[in-house]
Write a protein that binds this ligand. Structure first.
Ligand code: GLN
Length: 535
């Protein structure tokens, strides 16, 4: 069996430095040299997985093909390296402890004393090795969440220390830090970086490469100073200045020979890192000036990160059509309350997206947005909840079923007209958790539909995360109308895509196309939606 190499990425000084982008960019460079790569996230929080964490606190839940609900960083990873990742690529402290504790209850430890070192650390190490094996990689990049010095991150750093011992030159340690800028003295400071590296050394880790984040250009002399004080070669201090687009980062890093530094340290021989296509794509993005306003209908004060993949997918589709997407938040609660200003903002967008969501709040506003889009022939893209909203709106306002709704919104079961209902197959296992239809499922698309036109094929596979679904009992009522079912799951016949016939583009999917969109290969549905919006 081949010996996989490991690159661990840690962060120092403060959070939100973009360790995920450093990990992703490193892997993207290596992939461009023909190496087989994957990225793994070790998250120090105690939640067992991010599936039940609020997207408004923690950002979106990203879903993988195998149905794993993960941190949004996995979305960055997939967008940068375009490799479908697996559930083995995400580990939280909560998951590790729950497994170790379950084993203890099972008597696996034969009454021994269970400790962080070695039991927790061994479990983490096993998971890192499993990821390398399962993903069958040449290089596994492992991002350790949190900041060096955090209480929660200690066991993960200990794992890095132990694995360095075990794997020697087959393991590299990257550290991402910040050089803060002092406006008064007009200079960047290196002391926090020195202290952060000192903290790493305290736990037995010596960084091989240091990435210095800064919002301004970093003078060469300062990079040298970091190298000197932190005891790494000059070429191994890589400037990571804030750039216009995160997709520029791999290009910047490779300008500083990151790929070659890694190849050298791992003794990989002569590798040519070819980022030409990436470069061309990024240059194209950066040249785009002309803007287009796209509405995103959600609840107020939502975090951009809650819809990160949707926004990234819209932007990629925009660039594809020579437009820079400006996302306009449409607050559906204000729409519901007939707030004139909010309605004016809605009328100004070229197209509107109703994204995924859970619960009742703001749904009447979303239905009003769908009605507005349908009646005024404004391009509409519905994502998961957005497809259910589209069916409800049509049932109410075209088919005349005044109390049409979703079982999800009708807690007191007042309506007989659940046009959207709980997925029948999942009904007997109904409880709060564990009932979601998750991950990749096939869909067969009807020829002659807008969906078919967008995809150019009738066989697709897309990622899901939902409990509710179009209720086929209402099908006879929809038949003969402008509401068309354009795709179904071949085995269960569950509705996957719906669209409105007499409309420039009103298409919605029960799945989440945003998870499969890539910066240089925008998703077909987003691309078609954007094309209609541009027109
Ligand atoms: N709440 C809806 C459901 O569970 C939609 C889910 C979603 O948009 N991801 O089916």
């Amino acid at each position: 069996m081949k010996q996989p190499k490991f690159i661990f990425v840690t962060g120092g000084v403060c959070s939100s430095l973009g360790k995920g982008i450093v990990a992703s960019s490193t892997a993207a460079i290596l992939k461009s040299g023909g190496l087989k790569v994957a990225i793994m996230k070790l998250d120090p929080y105690l939640n067992v997985d991010p599936g039940t964490m609020s997207p408004f606190q923690h950002g979106e839940v990203f879903v993988l093909d195998d149905g794993s609900e993960t941190d949004l960083d996995l979305g960055h990873y997939e967008r940068f390296i375009d490799v479908p990742l697996s559930g083995v690529c995400t580990v939280t402290t909560g998951r590790v402890y729950s497994e170790v504790l379950a084993e203890e209850r099972d008597g696996k430890y034969l009454g021994g004393t269970i400790q962080v070192v070695p039991h927790i650390t061994t479990k983490i190490k096993d998971k890192v090795k499993l990821a390398a094996k399962k993903m069958d990689v040449d290089v596994l990049v492992v991002e350790i969440g949190g900041t060096v010095g955090d209480i929660e991150a200690e066991p993960f750093l200990e794992v890095l220390r132990q694995m360095k011992n075990e794997f020697g030159n087959n393991l590299l340690s990257f550290h991402t830090t910040l050089l803060p800028y002092l406006a008064a003295s007009k200079e960047l400071k290196t002391k926090p970086t020195q202290l952060s590296v000192r903290e790493l050394r305290r736990v037995g880790i010596t960084p091989d490469v240091i990435f210095c984040r800064a919002d301004v250009k970093i003078p060469k002399a300062l990079l040298k100073k970091v190298a000197y004080f932190c005891d790494v070669p000059n070429e191994c201090v890589i400037p990571a200045e804030t750039v216009r687009s995160i997709y520029e980062v791999p290009l910047r890093f490779q300008k500083n020979n990151l790929g070659d530094i890694i190849a050298d340290k791992f003794e990989l021989g002569d590798i040519k890192f070819d980022l030409e296509d990436w470069e061309a794509g990024v240059q194209k993005m950066l040249r785009v000036k002309s803007e287009i306003k796209i509405g995103l209908a959600g609840k107020y004060n939502e975090l951009d990160d809650a819809y990160l993949s949707v926004i990234e997918a819209a932007k990629a589709a925009g660039f594809h059509h020579g437009k820079r997407v400006q996302v306009e938040w449409i607050d559906t609660e204000k729409i519901e309350a007939k707030d004139e200003e909010e309605w004016t903002r809605l009328r100004e967008v070229a197209g509107v997206i109703v994204p995924g969501g859970f619960g009742n709040r703001g749904t009447e506003g979303k239905i009003a947005v769908a009605q507005y889009a349908r009646e005024n022939k404004v391009p509409y893209l519905g994502l998961c909840l957005g497809s259910q909203i589209m069916a409800i709106e049509f049932a109410r306002n075209v088919l005349g079923i005044a109390d049409a709704t979703s079982e999800e919104f009708d807690e007191e079961n007042k309506s007989k007209n659940h046009v959207v209902h709980f997925i029948p197959e999942q009904r007997d296992i109904r409880k709060k958790g564990g009932t979601m239809r998750l991950g990749a499922y096939d869909c067969k698309i009807e020829k002659g539909t807008k969906a078919y036109e967008a995809y150019g094929t009738d066989q697709i596979s897309e990622r899901h995360r939902h409990r509710y679904e179009f209720n086929d009992a209402f099908l006879p009522k929809f038949e003969g109308s402008d509401f068309q079912i354009s795709g179904r799951h071949p085995k269960t016949n569950l509705v996957e895509i719906v669209e409105i016939k007499d409309h420039p583009f009103m298409v919605a999917s029960q799945f989440h196309p945003e998870f499969l969109s890539r910066p240089l290969r925008p998703h077909p549905l987003f691309r078609a939606f954007m094309e209609a919006s541009v027109n």
